[in-house]
Design a protein around this ligand. Structure first.
Ligand code: ACM
Length: 535
C-alpha cells in the first residue's frame, strides 16, 4: 500500500493507471461533485455530463463511507453522502505525489490503479483546541481544520472559555469580550515552582461573524465544530467581566496563572438566564450545531456551600447537596440546548455527580474506568483520557523537548490506544462514539507549538479513529505521510526529535510522569468525593 493514512478498510492495487490533469471533467450529482471539487481544488475539476472522474450515490453506504476505483479508463467514486465523497477525494489526493499538496501545483498527475472500499470505525474523530489559555487567531483555526480534513478527522472541540480568557464576542454582554478576553500577564514558571510572570498582555476573541465563518469552513470540510463554554467552575474570566454572576459577588482579574481556581458561577436564576442568552448567541452564530460542551470539570463547590442565599435556593429546589445542585444546574443548561436541537457534552466529573440527561455525551478525561461506567449507565462516550490523548504532554522525557506539563506520550502510545477496550461488554462498546486528542494550551503558547504537539500524534489518532486500530504497518507509512505535511507547511515534531529551534524552553523530564498522573486521576474517580478538583 502506498502511505495512505488513515489506512482504508479494503485496498487493492489494479493494473493500469490514469493521468489526471488540471481542468479534468467530473460528473455526477452536484451535492457529491461539490465536495470532491472542493477537496481537490488544485485540480480545478470542471463539471460535465460524463468525465474523467465519475461520482455516484449509493444510499446503502453510510454517510462517511465510499468506494474509489481508478484505472486506465478513469476514476469512479461511489459515496454514501457528502462526507463520503469528500473522504474519497482525500484518499485520491493521497494517491498523488506529495507536491500536489502545494498551492499552484497545476499539471498532470499519474493516478495508480487501485480499488478502495472504506468506512470509518468511529463517528467521532476529534481534536480539542484550548484557545482560552493561549488564543489562536482565526486563520490558525481554519488551517487546523484543513490539516484535520487531510486526516479524515471530523470534530473540532473549541475550548472557548476558561479562567484565563473568554474568547467569544457577546452583543448581549459585551464586557465578556471587552474585559474577559485578555489578561495583563501570563505565568512563566515551571509546574509547582515559584510563580513568575511575563508582564505581557495576552488576549483575543472571535467575533460572532468569525464563529459563523469557522463553522461554515469546517462544515465544508466535513468537520463539526463543538464549542465549549466551561461552567460552573473555570469561571474567572466571566467573573472578571460580570462579578454579579458569581457565587460571592467578589471581583476578579482574568487569571494569569494555571491550575484550579475556586471562582464559580452562581446557580441562581439571573446567572442561568445569562448563560442561556450567551449560549443562544453562540448557537445562532454557529448555525446548525449538534453538540455543545458545557464543561463540568474541576469544580470547587465551596462557595456554593458557604452562601446562605445559594443554600436557601438549593433547599427551595428540594435538593439535598451542592453536588445535586451542580447536577441540576448542568441539566437546566442541557435542557435549554436540547430545546435548540443540540446535545450537551460534559467532562466526566459531571457524570460522577449524577443526574445528567440521558442524551448527554460524556468525555472521560480521567481514564477509561470512569468512561466505562458512563457507557454502562447508557451515556455515549468520547474517549479522551490523559494517557495517551493529552497532547500537551511531552513526547520524550528529555530536556531537548519544549516545556510540557509532564511526560511521556509517544506516537506509538497513541497508535496502541483502544477507544473501546476488548474486555468491555458489547453494549458498552456500542456507546463509544470515538476518541479525541486534547491540545491544552497553557504551554502551547503559539501556533508553531500547537503544530509540534499535535502532529504526528494526531496522525495516529486519525488512524485509530478511522480504522479502529492502527495498522501493523502504521510506523512504515508514517514517514511517507509526513512528507505531505512538509508540503503543507505543518511544523510537526520530527520522529527523531525536535529541530534545534523547536526545543525552546527546556522541558524538565520526569517532573510529572503521566503514569503517576493517571494513577492519581483513577483514584479520584473511585472516591466518594470525586467531584473535587484533581490536579
Ligand atoms: C480537564 O482536563 N480538566 C478536562
Amino acid at each position: 500500500m502506498t502511505s495512505l493514512l488513515p489506512r482504508p478498510a479494503v485496498f487493492s492495487e489494479l493494473s493500469g493507471s490514469f493521468e489526471l490533469a488540471t481542468g479534468a471533467i467530473i460528473s455526477g450529482p452536484a451535492d457529491l461533485v461539490d465536495p470532491v471539487r472542493h477537496a481537490l481544488g488544485f485540480l480545478d475539476l470542471r463539471p460535465g455530463d460524463s468525465g474523467d472522474v465519475e461520482v455516484r450515490l449509493d444510499p446503502s453506504l453510510g454517510e462517511e463511507a465510499y468506494r474509489l476505483t481508478s484505472g486506465s479508463r478513469g476514476i469512479e467514486i461511489v459515496a454514501g453522502g457528502r462526507a463520503g465523497a469528500f473522504y474519497a477525494a482525500q484518499t485520491l489526493h493521497q494517491l498523488l505525489p506529495d507536491a500536489s499538496y502545494r498551492f499552484g501545483s497545476a499539471g498532470s498527475w499519474p493516478v495508480p490503479g487501485v480499488r478502495v472500499e472504506d468506512a470509518p470505525r468511529y463517528g467521532w474523530r476529534g481534536l480539542h483546541l484550548d484557545v482560552s489559555r493561549h488564543f489562536l487567531p482565526k486563520r490558525e483555526v481554519l488551517r487546523m481544520i484543513d490539516v484535520m480534513a487531510v486526516h479524515k478527522l471530523n470534530r473540532l472541540h473549541l475550548h472557548l472559555v476558561d479562567d484565563q480568557g473568554w474568547r467569544i464576542e457577546s452583543r448581549a454582554y459585551p464586557r465578556l469580550h471587552e474585559v474577559g478576553s485578555w489578561r495583563a500577564r501570563t505565568a512563566t514558571n515551571y509546574y509547582r515552582e515559584t510563580e513568575t510572570f511575563d508582564e505581557i498582555p495576552h488576549g483575543g476573541y472571535y467575533t460572532l461573524d468569525d464563529l459563523t465563518e469557522i463553522a461554515a469552513y469546517a462544515r465544508s470540510r466535513s468537520v463539526v465544530v463543538v464549542p465549549e463554554i466551561d461552567v460552573p467552575g473555570h469561571a474567572t474570566a466571566i467573573l472578571a467581566a460580570y462579578p454579579e454572576f458569581g457565587a460571592t459577588g467578589e471581583t476578579y482579574e482574568v487569571l494569569p496563572k494555571w491550575g484550579i481556581s475556586p471562582a464559580i458561577l452562581s446557580p441562581l436564576p439571573e446567572t442561568v438566564d445569562f448563560l442561556k442568552t450567551v449560549l443562544d448567541e453562540l448557537l445562532d452564530a454557529l448555525g446548525d450545531t449538534p453538540f455543545v460542551h458545557i464543561g463540568g470539570d474541576e469544580v470547587v463547590l465551596d462557595h456554593w456551600a458557604d452562601s446562605p442565599e445559594i443554600v436557601a435556593y438549593r433547599e427551595s429546589l428540594g435538593l439535598g447537596s451542592v453536588v445535586e445542585l451542580q447536577s441540576w444546574f448542568l441539566r437546566v443548561l442541557a435542557d435549554h440546548l436540547a430545546a435548540r436541537g443540540a446535545r450537551a457534552v460534559v467532562w466526566d466529573e459531571a457524570f460522577v455527580s449524577g443526574g445528567l440527561r440521558q442524551d448527554t455525551v460524556v468525555m472521560p478525561w480521567r481514564g477509561m474506568g470512569v468512561g466505562r461506567r458512563a457507557a454502562a449507565a447508557g451515556h455515549d462516550v468520547v474517549a479522551c483520557p490523559v494517557f495517551p490523548l493529552y497532547f500537551d504532554y511531552a513526547e520524550a522525557a528529555s530536556a531537548d523537548e519544549p516545556m510540557a506539563i509532564g511526560d511521556t506520550i509517544t506516537v506509538a502510545d497513541v497508535a496502541a490506544f483502544a477507544p473501546a477496550p476488548a474486555d468491555w461488554a458489547a453494549d458498552e462498546v456500542g456507546r463509544v462514539l470515538g476518541l479525541q486528542g486534547q491540545l491544552w494550551s497553557e504551554r502551547l503558547i503559539d501556533p508553531r507549538m500547537v503544530d509540534y504537539r499535535a502532529w504526528p500524534r494526531a496522525c495516529a489518532l486519525a488512524e485509530v479513529g478511522w480504522s479502529g486500530t492502527a495498522g501493523a504497518d502504521f510506523a512504515e507509512r508514517l514517514p511517507g505521510h509526513l512528507r505531505r505535511l512538509d508540503a503543507l507547511g505543518v511544523e510537526y515534531r520530527p520522529l527523531d526529535g525536535p529541530k534545534p529551534w523547536q526545543r525552546r524552553r527546556p522541558h524538565r523530564p520526569g517532573s510529572v510522569p503521566v503514569s503517576a498522573m493517571m494513577e492519581h486521576l483513577d483514584e479520584m474517580t473511585q472516591s466518594a468525593d470525586s467531584t473535587r478538583p484533581s490536579v
